[in-house]
Design a protein. Structure first.
Length: 476
C-alpha cells in the first residue's frame, strides 16, 4: 500500500462528493473523482432555467439527517441553509388533502367514503389474511396489513404502479418496508394526534433547503473537497476497471474524446451497481453477469414549464396517485426556497416515471409539455398562464425497482463485489437503495470512518454499518 493511498471515486453525486470531502480531511489520502456529467450533484443537482434555480424534481433535507452531517452542512452553507415549512397536498378521490396530513383534514376534508373505509379497516385489521397463514409477503400484502385496504387502494397502490411500473403484488416486501414511513394506521393516527395535542416531534412538518437550490448541498461538499486539494475530472466517462495482479486498480476513462488511465489503491463506486459489474476486468462469472441483468432502475422524465406568472400556487408539491393523471408529482421551486424573484415568471417541474423503452421517453419536449398540461387539466388545476418554455431532462437511473425475488440477484452481485479487495460500492445507486440524500451522505461518512490511520479499510466495521443502512426508510 502506498504511503499516500490513492482513492478514486466514481460519481460526483452527494455520496461521492461527501466521501471526497471527508477523505481529504485526512492528509495521507489522495482523492480523485470521476464524473460523467459536466456538473456535480447527480440526481440531487440544481441548475439555472429562465433566471431561476431549479432542482431535479422535488428534494428536501429532512430534520432526521444525522446530527454530524447536518452540522457540517450548516457550517458550509451558513445562513443560506433555510428552515422551511412543508406545504404540499395530495389529490385523493377528487379532493385535495394537505401533505403532511393535518388534523383539520381528518375532520373536514377527507371524502366520507374514504373515512368510513379507513375506520372499517381499523376495526377488522386483526383478522388474519392469507399471507399471514404461510403465503410469501409482497409490497401489497405488507402495505395492506399495515395500512388497510382503503388507503392502499386509493393512494399507495396506484401510486406504486406509477412509480415502479409494476402491480403492487409484483413488488418485493422490502419496497414497503424501505419506501413507506407510515407503516401502520396506528402510526399515522398517533402522528396526527400528537399534532392536535401540541406534542409535535422536533422538525415535524419542516425541512432544510439551501437558498441556491437543493444542489447547493452537493456544491458545498464539492467546493470543500476542492479547497482541500481533491482532484475532479468532469465529463469523464469511466469505461473499465481492471483489477491489478498485486492489488490496486487501473481505471480507464474517456474525456473530451481522449482515453486516459489512472492507477488507484482503492476504488469507491457510487454508480449503479449493475453498471459497475459490467465494467470489471477480468469479467465477473456468468452467474454474476446474469444477476446484474436481473436488477434495474426506474427512469424518470422531468418536464419543466416556464410560466408567464409570478406564482402558480401556494404549494411546494402536489402528489397525484390517480392513474388517470399521467404525472406523479408537480413541484414549484420558488415555494421551496421562498424566493420571489423574478416576480413575473415561475417554473413548474412535473415528474413522469417511465422506462427507457416506453413511448414517453422518446417524446419531444413539446409533446411532453402537452402531456403535463392535460394532466393538470384532469386534476382540476389547469394552466391559465402562457407557457414561455418547455424543457426536459431525462434520468435513466431514478429509482431502484424491487421486484419480487430481486434480493437473490442483488445479494449475488453484492457478495461478488464485496470479495474484491479495496473495491467499495455505496450510495443510492451503488447499494440499490431507494434512500434520501441524507442517507446517501451518511453511507459516505461511514465508509470514511472505516479507514484507519494506516489506510486499511475495516470490512467488519463496514458490515456493521450495512446493517444500519437496511433500517433506513425513505421520507417524502
Amino acid at each position: 500500500m502506498a504511503n499516500n493511498p490513492h482513492v478514486i471515486i466514481l460519481g460526483a453525486g452527494p455520496a461521492g462528493l461527501s466521501a471526497a470531502s471527508q477523505l481529504v480531511r485526512r492528509t495521507k489520502f489522495q482523492v480523485t473523482v470521476l464524473e460523467r456529467n459536466g456538473w456535480v450533484g447527480g440526481n440531487a443537482a440544481s441548475f439555472d432555467l429562465a433566471g431561476m434555480r431549479v432542482d431535479y424534481g422535488s428534494h428536501r433535507l429532512h430534520p432526521s439527517c444525522d446530527p454530524n452531517i447536518l452540522a457540517d452542512i450548516r457550517a458550509m452553507l451558513g445562513d443560506d441553509l433555510l428552515d422551511r415549512p412543508r406545504h404540499g397536498r395530495i389529490r385523493l378521490r377528487g379532493r385535495w388533502i394537505h401533505f403532511p396530513l393535518k388534523p383539520i383534514d381528518l375532520a373536514l376534508r377527507l371524502p366520507p367514503g374514504f373515512t368510513l373505509g379507513v375506520a372499517t379497516d381499523m376495526a377488522v385489521r386483526v383478522v388474519p389474511r392469507s399471507d399471514d397463514l404461510g403465503g410469501s409477503e409482497t409490497f401489497a400484502s405488507v402495505m395492506e396489513k399495515g395500512l388497510g385496504h382503503t388507503i392502499c387502494r386509493d393512494f399507495y397502490f396506484p401510486y406504486a404502479r406509477k412509480l415502479w411500473g409494476l402491480d403492487p403484488g409484483e413488488l418485493s416486501a422490502v419496497q414497503a418496508r424501505r419506501r413507506v414511513s407510515g407503516g401502520s394506521l396506528a402510526k399515522i393516527v398517533r402522528k396526527v394526534l400528537s399534532e392536535m395535542s401540541g406534542r409535535k416531534t422536533q422538525g415535524s412538518g419542516r425541512f432544510f433547503y439551501p437558498l441556491s437550490g437543493f444542489g447547493g448541498i452537493s456544491e458545498a461538499y464539492y467546493m470543500d473537497a476542492l479547497d482541500k486539494r481533491a482532484n475532479f475530472y468532469l465529463n469523464a466517462v469511466a469505461e473499465s476497471l481492471h483489477i491489478g495482479e498485486e492489488g490496486g486498480f487501473s481505471v480507464y476513462y474517456e474525456r473530451e474524446g481522449r482515453h486516459h488511465t489512472l492507477q488507484a489503491d482503492h476504488v469507491w463506486s457510487t454508480i449503479p451497481i449493475n453498471v459497475l459489474a459490467g465494467m470489471m476486468q477480468p469479467s465477473p462469472p456468468a452467474e454474476v453477469i446474469d444477476a446484474a441483468g436481473n436488477i434495474d432502475f426506474r427512469a424518470m422524465l422531468l418536464v419543466y414549464l416556464v410560466l408567464d406568472m409570478g406564482k402558480f400556487s401556494e404549494y411546494d408539491a402536489h402528489y397525484f396517485p390517480e392513474e388517470t393523471i399521467k404525472i406523479s408529482r408537480l413541484s414549484e421551486p420558488k415555494n421551496y426556497s421562498g424566493v420571489r424573484q423574478p416576480e413575473d415568471r415561475t417554473v413548474l417541474c412535473a415528474e413522469l416515471p417511465c422506462s427507457p423503452d416506453s413511448p414517453e421517453w422518446s417524446k419531444s419536449d413539446e409533446e411532453l409539455g402537452d402531456l403535463v398540461r392535460d394532466s393538470l387539466a384532469t386534476a382540476g388545476i389547469p394552466l391559465d398562464a402562457t407557457v414561455l418554455q418547455v424543457y426536459v431532462r431525462r434520468l435513466r437511473y431514478a429509482y431502484p425497482i424491487y421486484t419480487r425475488g430481486y434480493e437473490e440477484s442483488f445479494d449475488k452481485l453484492d457478495e461478488w463485489i464485496g470479495h474484491i479487495p479495496h473495491l467499495l460500492t455505496f450510495g443510492r445507486q451503488g447499494l440499490f437503495a431507494h434512500d434520501n440524500t441524507h442517507h446517501a451522505i451518511y453511507m459516505a461518512y461511514c465508509a470514511v470512518d472505516c479507514f484507519n490511520e494506516d489506510g486499511v479499510f475495516d470490512r467488519e466495521g463496514w458490515g456493521r454499518y450495512r446493517k444500519i443502512f437496511e433500517t433506513h426508510v425513505v421520507e417524502d
